[in-house]
Write a protein that binds this ligand. Structure first.
Ligand SMILES: N[C@@H](CCC(=O)N[C@@H](CS)C(=O)NCC(=O)O)C(=O)O
Length: 291
């Protein structure tokens, strides 16, 4: 379909994460282009794509500019009707749409007090009443969705849907700021932290892009509450493999993992893998095949 998805800094851009998850989770191809929040205003960096002025923005192969995350979700669902972005069942679909719409327009207190930062986690974070009210509302609507259409898996409306992509950054905030929620909500947060697509985005966020000073918080530091990554570290070659597991290009950068050295075509491919080796299916398939 020749789509280009324009995104912001991975560690901080919660709306970008939502749109990227839609492509990644539903196996939809797109080129990615990034704006840097330190470089200039997002609007200036998108001047060639007016009227877009925020990320994510999707440039479709058909020539449309879609400059809003919910419109991107609806556009993808229209153009990929068999991909399952929204649940097939009408009741579950209506519930998922309500959830995504409320996220898109709501939870201002939580978003203001706890901006997403995938590079940090905090303890003893004070919770103003307005943030507590947002959390209770989130628990209520998550519990409702799980009760009416949750099914056997961990997601809100049956299989992973747009609703889950929209709440992934909320889960990251609850986890990163150590916010107390019900056991059921905590289980849903944990499902996001363990989700390989979410972990791939976070692994890339950890290794690329500047720390933005205006997101710094005074809270005490805490360990990231998601699954601990396996050990892996930059190493010298040669490697078991000659071709990068992602690009197929000749290897030039190396990583020691499970006692062997693996090669990649550039530093970013190596470093994103080192940040969370289990999250990368192509790398894991290569390791498994080399046994
Ligand atoms: N309603 C938009 C919000 C997008 C948004 O606010 N994106 C932020 C980054 S997470 C942005 O581009 N901010 C730059 C600005 O507002 O100038 C959506 O759903 O996509």
């Amino acid at each position: 379909m020749n789509d280009t998805l324009i995104l912001g800094d991975r560690a901080y851009s919660s709306w970008s994460l939502r749109a990227w998850l839609l492509f990644s989770r539903f196996g939809l191809p797109a080129r990615t282009r990034f704006v840097g929040f330190l470089d200039a205003s997002v609007a200036e960096q998108l001047a060639d794509q007016s009227p877009a002025r925020t990320v994510p923005t999707l440039l479709t192969g058909e020539g449309a500019v879609i400059w809003d995350s919910l419109a991107i979700a609806e556009g993808l669902a229209d153009r990929h009707p068999d991909a399952g972005l929204w649940p097939g069942d009408p009741l579950a679909r209506a519930t998922a749409r309500s959830l995504a719409a409320e996220m898109h327009s709501g939870f201002a207190a939580l978003r203001e007090a706890c901006p997403m930062n995938l590079r940090r986690a905090y303890a003893d974070v004070p919770v103003p009443d307005a943030v507590a009210a947002d959390l209770r509302r989130i628990e209520t609507i998550w519990a409702h969705a799980r009760a009416v259409c949750g099914g056997a898996g961990p997601w809100l409306c049956g299989g992973y849907s747009v609703a889950d992509a929209f709440y992934a950054p909320v889960a990251a905030r609850i986890a990163g700021y150590g916010l107390a929620v019900s056991d059921a909500a905590a289980a849903y947060v944990a499902a996001h932290l363990a989700d390989p697509a979410f972990r791939r985005w976070r692994a890339m966020a950890l290794v690329e892009g500047p720390d933005l000073p205006w997101y710094a918080q005074d809270h005490a530091a805490a360990p990231w509450p998601g699954p601990a990554p396996e050990d892996a570290a930059a190493a010298d070659g040669p490697s078991v493999n000659d071709a990068c597991p992602y690009s197929g290009q000749p290897v030039s950068h190396y990583l020691r993992y499970r006692g062997r050295v693996w090669g990649f075509c550039n530093a970013f491919c190596r470093d994103k893998t080192a940040a969370d080796p289990a999250a990368w299916p192509a790398f894991q398939a290569m390791v498994a095949a080399a046994r």
